[in-house]
Design a protein around this ligand. Sequence first.
Ligand SMILES: N[C@@H](CCC(=O)N[C@@H](CS)C(=O)NCC(=O)O)C(=O)O
Length: 342
Amino acid sequence: MSTYQSEHPIILYQYRFSPYAKRVAWYLQLRGIPYKKTEQPALLPRPDIAALGINYRRIPILSIGRDVYLDTRLILRKLETIPGPRPSLGAPAGEHHALTCLLERFVVEAGPFAWAATLIPQDMPIFKDKAWLRDREDFFQGGGSGPAHPLARAEALSNLREMFELLERSFFGDGRDWILQTDRPSLADIEAIWPLHWLKGMPGALPEDLISDRQYPRVFAWIERFQSAVSAAAFEVGKAPTIGGAEAAQIIVTSPYFEKHERVEHSEPIVGALGLKPGDAVTVFPTDTGRRHKDQGILVGLNEQEVVFETRADLDGSPIIKVHAPRHGFRITRGDKKSSSL
Ligand SMILES: N[C@@H](CCC(=O)N[C@@H](CS)C(=O)NCC(=O)O)C(=O)O
């Protein structure tokens, strides 16, 4: 059991079957960083998150002290910067860093996650649940729900087969254990593995005759190896305690801020374009899924990586928490209603 302690407690808002939340849980476990988790409903509303003054609808979110981070891409980058019982999982620069960043973009944006989602067996009872379908319509905003194209499954399978092929021959062809030939799983393994790990654990998703350990023994062995490494690490750090949403909010608002030196970078094009300065009201929202759920807050920091704003019970009140959203995949507008409709 780890004895590592931090004055900035970490809380993961998740639900059990969220593959995105797993990215973060695995990371914490592999680094031996203790955290608490709070289970959220798979459908809106999520009053525990609303209580923090946050409208963002996606899972997971992560708090470190009184700072809350949206989107696993930013969450993992931040976690890389914190000390822990075991060293960070990524390379700070160079080829390994570049490859890890490219894998992150490839898996989320070039198709692998969407293909994996297409393979969720459509006869699962949830797809007949009207509340679920309405909720996911809001999430996709007409961009991905509704009846799938009849060829979607076939297309997804052939695209995924290409990915398995690439991993089997190009990465693992030389018999290495981990993507970057490290001696333990690195961030690159997390970035590449998560939709495949998700599919492997989903009965009926992958047809045995096309994608299994018969055709791709090295990729399937890598997934098993990764699961064993995560399970061993999780055992060592101890089970993350589950706490209720009210307790989580109480811990967050009474913790010190984890970050204290945010700045609004004047060289950022968006700062000039919107004429932004610290203290301005801003609206921040994702541009892909869940984009109807916009957050309003008081601008604290903005650079090429993130935008940081305070949430307020009302815009004249005192700050509840600080929220950090990545720049990539998010839009910032001025906080008034008119410009937030952009
Ligand atoms: N880009 C986001 C995507 C997160 C995401 O799409 N999460 C799914 C759950 S696995 C989600 O929020 N689905 C809708 C919902 O649960 O409200 C990230 O990296 O965190």
